[in-house]
Design a protein around this ligand. Structure first.
Ligand code: GLY
Length: 425
């Protein structure tokens, strides 16, 4: 079987690794891929937004299955383009990917179908938003309606900060048209958990849980990033909470999308806040998380191709989804200065140390193959994942493995998984 993966980050590397474990797969392509993905896949120089070129390529090569990793092509309708050409593809259609592509759509969906989330209001003009802020409670959360590389969420502690935020999103257009509409919502407190779920349009199966660390600096300080590290499972996401989520959030979301004529097939990423009043939805994404995939997929026992095909064929209920009874931690090695200004092109050494090391993985996020070897090519450079019998052991192993690679400007948070100790105390 020939598989094409669309994307170029650490998440797509984790997907490529997982696909490479399948006995059913003979050949993997990745468009555009990166320096690490090329270990398993032939990287193709087509960007994730060149829909017709991607479909032409899939037809020319006789690709049996395409897996789309990234949000932009999903929200833009790449699945629809592939399906129109009769190509087999995994991911939500454009009319379902809107669950990530429009925050106001997803909030309205939750309100209409009684899915637990916090109070919100939607604004199409800065004037109306500023009037609302006059009598709001703080902190408060501003969200650009559209995709903004995970950076369109502003937590504002005062009215002044929120007014500035409205200026950034709606007037300065820092995230372009993504900020034409803004959702203003109450600030929720509690533990954040990411749960990625396989979906076939009717059935939904949650994977093992994970927790991300979004801020750039230790102690959850600094700017929001794409994610600086993850651990799985979350000790706070108990079986009891999972049951509540299944009854009140996961299946109701699938049913709501179906009722709206937007059957969701693909990965539904449910960002949860475990509040004192029970689990509530922070946000939905329409794809694997990054770097959540880097701790969840290495723990999955199933052949990913079997699960993905069951989703496409509407037979997910026949899959016995299983995860290892262990833990994994991923520490992201970034270029110092990320997410603002940073240098690229630094030679990376030590990658060979991961060869044949059971339970250790180096997932490339921003790297490039050059004549001098593999060099840095982005803000997030590598995701170092290690497994262990429990979270403490996995974290110790992951931090040890971060020392096996070096490059100028290497930066990481030193407190990934701090919450593990808070749970123990
Ligand atoms: N790690 C958060 C995301 O993938 O959106």
């Amino acid at each position: 079987m020939k598989v094409l993966i669309v994307g170029s980050g650490g998440r797509e590397h984790a997907i490529a690794w997982s696909v490479a474990q399948s006995k059913r797969v003979d050949k993997i392509y990745c468009a555009p891929g990166n320096g690490g993905i090329s270990q398993y896949a032939e990287c193709v120089d087509i960007s994730a937004m060149e829909f017709d070129k991607l479909a032409d390529f899939a037809q020319e090569k006789g690709i049996d299955l395409t897996i789309i990793g990234m949000d932009d092509p999903l929200v833009g309708g790449l699945v629809d383009v592939f399906e129109a050409r009769g190509l087999r593809v995994f991911g939500p259609r454009k009319n379902a990917a809107i669950i990530e592509g429009s925050k106001s759509f997803s909030k309205d969906l939750m309100k209409k179908y009684g899915i637990p989330t916090c109070h919100y209001e939607t604004f199409h003009s800065p004037e109306e938003a500023l009037i609302y802020l006059e009598n709001a409670s703080y902190p408060i959360v501003l969200k650009a309606d559209g995709l903004a590389l995970g950076k369109g969420v502003l937590i504002c502690n005062t009215q002044r900060e929120a007014e500035k935020g409205i200026g950034t999103l709606m007037l300065d257009k820092q995230f372009g048209s993504a900020g034409d509409t803004v959702v203003i919502e109450d600030f929720m407190t509690g533990r954040e958990v990411s749960v990625l779920c396989y979906c076939d349009g009717t059935h939904i199966k949650p994977m093992t849980s994970a927790q991300d660390h979004k801020r750039a600096k230790d102690g959850d300080q600094g700017l929001n990033t794409g994610g600086m590290g993850t651990f799985s499972p979350s000790p706070f996401y108990t079986e009891e909470i999972q049951k509540i989520c299944e009854e009140q959030i996961y299946q109701p979301t699938m049913d709501a999308m179906k009722a709206e004529g937007r059957d969701f097939v693909g990965i539904l990423f449910v960002g949860l806040m475990l509040t004192e009043d029970g689990p509530k939805v922070l946000e939905y994404n329409a794809r694997f998380g990054d770097p959540e995939a880097q701790v969840v997929l290495p723990r999955m026992k199933n052949d990913i191709i079997d699960v993905v095909e069951a989703c496409i064929d509407g037979k997910l209920d026949q899959v016995d989804l299983q995860f290892e009874d262990n833990a994994a931690v991923c520490v992201v090695l970034a270029s110092d200065g990320y997410p603002e200004k940073y240098e690229k092109g630094k030679k990376i050494s030590g990658l060979k140390n991961f060869q044949d090391k059971e339970g250790y993985y180096v997932f490339h996020a921003g790297t490039k193959c050059t004549e001098e070897g593999i060099v840095t090519n982005g803000g997030r450079v590598l995701g170092i994942t290690a497994k262990g019998k429990d979270l403490q052991e996995a974290r110790k192993n992951a931090y040890e493995a971060t020392e096996w690679v070096s490059f100028d400007n290497k930066y990481m948070r030193s407190d990934i998984g701090k919450a593990i100790d808070e749970n123990a105390s």
